[in-house]
Structures are given as structure tokens and as C-alpha cells.
Write a protein that binds this ligand. Structure first.
Ligand SMILES: NC(=O)C1=CN([C@@H]2O[C@H](COP(=O)(O)OP(=O)(O)OC[C@H]3O[C@@H](n4cnc5c(N)ncnc54)[C@H](OP(=O)(O)O)[C@@H]3O)[C@@H](O)[C@H]2O)C=CC1
Ligand SMILES: O=C(O)C1=N[C@H](C(=O)O)C[C@H](O)C1
Length: 250
């Protein structure tokens, strides 16, 4: 059986370097290109890559994804910074590239994906919910893409259940004390040396609380999800947002 020809964009980064190792170690894949900042995107096309794994920076990701789509290269994207406008642009480009697949995964961690699913399930049962994401201090964005996605999923589940705004009697507060408002859900971002990537979703109602917590202890933990994305994206044309769609969660 021929191996999948895979490229990594962001090879020198924390995630990109780990992804290069994971692809090289996979029996069914071949690492045909690894691009760092300043490298020509044309290298991707010249290498014959079937799939590009994109792990760079929110300022770089759009150009890279656009190149992939317009050159018929499937993309597995972990980089953050996805707004509705950006997603619409990707969908528009994919409309002219019907055989090409793009997976954008806010989090490749299997446990993180499950955290989002469990939070979505719990959302309708609790009056209050807040999200705390905790990351290493070199992270360039806040809040994390995972926290934003979790908040959106929780907010959607609350709306579907007819839940209104959650109680909060705060009248005065220092700016930032109640976190960022993401779709009505307070999201708090901690940056701390020693951490990698962690998230707590806290639910509360009369007399009880529920905390759903996920911890990524190292970046190798993201790699089974990256490899799953690479294997599945080649048979999944169009835009897939979230690794859960490749996980048969039922
Ligand atoms: N979905 C998921 O599961 C995960 C997603 N992430 C996300 O992935 C992204 C990268 O994270 P991380 O690896 O920690 O970041 P790093 O800063 O460690 O790595 C990013 C790398 O990409 C390089 N780079 C930037 N622009 C380009 C470009 N145009 N072409 C090629 N290389 C480029 C950077 O170069 P330079 O240093 O010169 O800027 C750097 O080497 C972030 O958005 C992060 O949030 C992270 C972990 C898990
Ligand atoms: O930058 C990181 O480290 C991470 N980024 C992603 C995010 O913003 O959600 C995924 C994970 O949290 C690690």
C-alpha cells in the first residue's frame, strides 16, 4: 500500500516539530516536506504532498490554507484564530476545489474533544457555567481556540434548552475581573510557566457544582489526533470543523 505523502508547515515550532516526528514514525505516512517561516509555499506543491499539517500562527494560517486549497492539497489545521469571516473564506475557496478536504481542529487532544462534548451535554442542566483555560506563557493568543469553541457549544446548548442569561449580580468590577464574554459565557485565561494546555468547564446550580477538566501534559498527546485527521481528511471533501467529526462519537 502506498504511503500518504504529508507535509508539515511550522516545522520549527513546538507543535510542528512534534508533528514531523509523528508523521515520520507513522507506518502509513511519508514526510515529504517540512516548511519553516520564510520557506516558499511552492515547496509544498513541488514535494507532491497530498496533505499539509498547518501549525503556525494566526497571522500566517490563512495564506497557507489558501495555498493548499488552490493547489488541491488537503489540509489538517491546528492553528488558532478562526473567525466566522475566515471560515466563510475557506468554504468559498473549497467550493471551487470540490475534491479537497480541510480539517480545522481547535484541539487535537482526544480528551479535549471529549471535554467539549461532555460540556455540551451538561450545559442544559445547570444555571451557571464558566470556563477557565490554562496554558504555557508562550502562547500567543487568549482565550484559547478550544475555550472559544467550548463556550460556543455550551452557549448553543443553553439556547436550545431555552436557558437565558446566567445569574451575575456584579455591578462594579475591575476590567477583566469577570473574564472575556464569549457568546455569553465568561472565559478566563491563565498563563503560567510549567503548564502546557489545560481547561476546566465549571457548572453550578443550587447546592451542587460539576467540573470537567482536561490536561495535556505534553505535545505528543495531540499527535494521535493529528494523524487521525491526516488519515481521514483525504476522504472528506469540504470543510470539517472539529476533530469530533472523525471520531465516531455517536
Ligand atoms: N489544535 C491543537 O490541538 C493545537 C493547536 N495549537 C496551535 O497551533 C499554533 C502553533 O502553536 P505552537 O506550535 O505552540 O507555536 P510555535 O510558536 O511554537 O510554532 C509556530 C511555528 O510556526 C512558524 N511559522 C509562523 N509563520 C509561518 C509561516 N508562514 N510558514 C512557516 N512557518 C511559520 C513559527 O516561526 P517563528 O518562530 O519564526 O515565528 C514557529 O516556528 C497556535 O495557533 C496554537 O494555538 C497548539 C497546540 C495544540
Ligand atoms: O497554543 C497552545 O498551546 C494550544 N492551542 C490550542 C488552543 O488555543 O486551544 C489547543 C491547545 O489548547 C494548546
Amino acid at each position: 500500500m502506498s504511503k500518504l505523502r504529508v507535509a508539515v508547515i511550522g516545522r520549527a515550532g513546538r507543535m510542528g516539530s512534534e508533528a514531523c516526528r509523528a508523521v515520520e514514525a507513522a507506518d502509513d505516512m511519508e514526510l515529504v516536506a517540512a516548511l519553516g517561516r520564510g520557506d516558499e509555499l511552492r515547496t509544498l506543491a513541488d514535494s507532491g504532498a497530498q496533505v499539509a499539517v498547518e501549525l503556525t500562527h494566526p497571522d500566517s494560517v490563512m495564506e497557507n490554507v489558501e495555498f493548499c486549497i488552490t493547489h488541491g492539497i488537503h489540509a489538517v489545521v491546528g492553528t488558532t484564530g478562526w473567525t466566522d469571516e475566515r471560515l466563510a473564506r475557506v468554504r468559498g475557496l473549497l467550493a471551487d476545489a470540490p475534491g479537497t478536504g480541510v480539517l480545522i481542529a481547535p484541539n487535537f487532544g482526544i480528551g479535549a474533544v471529549l471535554t467539549m462534548r461532555f460540556a455540551q451535554q451538561a450545559a442544559r442542566f445547570f444555571e451557571s457555567v464558566e470556563i477557565v483555560e490554562l496554558h504555557h506563557p508562550n502562547k500567543v493568543d487568549a482565550p484559547s481556540g478550544t475555550a472559544v469553541r467550548t463556550a460556543q457549544l455550551v452557549a448553543e446548548a443553553r439556547r436550545e434548552a431555552g436557558r437565558g442569561d446566567q445569574p451575575d449580580a456584579t455591578i462594579t468590577a475591575l476590567e477583566g475581573a469577570r473574564g472575556a464574554d464569549v457568546d455569553g459565557i465568561p472565559v478566563h485565561a491563565v498563563r503560567l510557566r510549567g503548564l502546557i494546555a489545560h481547561q476546566e468547564v465549571l457548572f453550578g446550580d443550587e447546592g451542587e457544582t460539576l467540573t470537567i477538566r482536561h490536561d495535556s501534559m505534553n505535545r505528543a498527546s495531540f499527535m494521535p489526533g493529528v494523524l487521525l485527521g491526516v488519515r481521514r481528511v483525504v476522504d472528506t471533501p469540504g470543510l470539517t470543523f472539529g476533530l469530533e467529526h472523525f471520531m465516531d462519537l455517536g
